[in-house]
Design a protein around this ligand. Structure first.
Ligand code: KG4
Ligand code: ZN
Length: 336
């Protein structure tokens, strides 16, 4: 088969990203223009600001991705773009740009599910990885344990009933005055704290499901902080961070391992921004070694939002004949 060069575009949240991916697993360029410093002063992503910044940046990010890859526009096979889930205004910027680009070059367009993209980051990292496996998808907007039966066949085994794991990290970090995005700040603070200092409830929905619930845990942390402050006690930020993180990580590990047992599989591929969490990496690896389960993590740059993962997910659909047409729309609540 001829080599497949995919230009992938990602603009679902606060990163404007473009990448050229060859044959689904080889990243020729991976350009990410982060808006984090802009949103930091608001303590979170402001959707209207995100859309405007995408408009400003997208053309140059795409040009950079092509020039870094050393690939001419005429050599592209396909334009892939995230069409959901995400912020509607942000998604529309990438989508409209991708449509125009594909049309002007006379090549096909393919809409990609952002969550499938996060999972596909593992195909880039692990060149021999093939389904089936279990994926733990933990990002700012999503928390899923998924049975990946094939490149395009997913069964959600458990999901959050309220906040996403990353969202809980961000909200607790804000309450601790650590700033945005909270995940990396809590991760760093927790390294200096005692994870057993405070007992917070587990982030579980129910004993007998694989679903998660993070809002109860988040409220428990906020209540703890309020009550300590009312008593005039100093807050030991590192201990709170470490104890909160332990509660999140333990349920993520537990549900992923339970899914492995249920499905009789031997690989867990972790995905999404929270996959960079050092405690999650350590705990899963430890449990994996005990149980003979291989634990896979993409490198950090492929965990948080990027376009290379979208290019990889698109490839496996493209070779099965999937294409989108010009009616492709943004679907903010797109599910797996
Ligand atoms: O996947 P991602 O870049 O964007 C979404 O699709 O949501 O994930 C961003 C999330 C944020 O909530 C951020 O706080 C979290 O990932 N995150 C982390 C770490 N690095 C990023 N959470 C915990 N520990 C980290 N080291
Ligand atoms: Zn994401």
């Amino acid at each position: 088969m001829k080599d497949v060069y995919i230009l992938a575009i990602e603009s679902s949240c606060d990163e404007t990203a473009a990448s050229v991916v060859k044959n689904g697993r080889e990243v020729l360029s991976n350009v990410i223009s982060s808006q984090i410093p802009i949103h930091q002063k608001f303590g979170g992503v402001v959707p209207e600001v995100a859309s405007r910044k995408h408009v400003e940046n997208i053309a140059s990010v795409v040009e950079m991705a092509l020039s870094e890859a050393g690939v001419k526009k005429e050599d592209l096979t396909l334009v892939a773009v995230t069409h959901g889930p995400g912020l509607v205004g942000a998604l529309l910027v990438g989508l409209q740009f991708a449509k125009g680009y594909a049309f002007s070059l006379g090549i096909p367009l393919l809409g990609v599910n952002h969550i499938e993209g996060h999972i596909a980051a593992n195909y880039i990292q692990y060149k021999n990885l093939t389904p089936p496996f279990v994926s733990l998808v933990v990002s700012g907007g999503h928390t899923f344990v998924v049975h990946v039966e094939d490149y395009d066949k997913f069964t959600v085994m458990g999901e959050t009933r309220d906040d996403a794991a990353g969202e809980a990290f961000d909200k607790v970090a804000r309450a601790l005055g650590l700033g945005y995005p909270g995940g990396p700040k809590i991760d760093a603070a927790a390294k200096k704290g005692d994870p057993y200092a405070i007992t917070f409830p587990k982030a579980r929905f129910h004993e007998d499901t694989l679903d998660f619930s993070f809002s109860g845990l988040k409220s428990a942390v906020l209540n703890y902080l309020n009550s300590e402050r009312q008593k005039g006690n100093d807050i030991h930020v590192e201990n709170v961070a470490a104890s909160f993180q332990r509660a999140v990580v333990s349920v993520l590990v537990e549900n992923a391992m339970k899914t492995i047992e249920t499905k009789h599989l031997d690989k867990i591929a972790v995905a999404g921004g929270v996959a960079s969490n050092s405690s999650l990496r350590e705990e899963l690896k430890k449990r994996g070694e005990e149980k003979g389960v291989e634990i896979l993590f993409p490198e950090m740059i492929l965990c948080t939002d990027n376009a290379a993962m979208i290019g990889s997910a698109a490839y496996f659909q493209y070779i099965k004949g999937k294409r989108s047409d010009n009616s492709l729309n943004a679907v903010p609540g797109l599910s797996l």
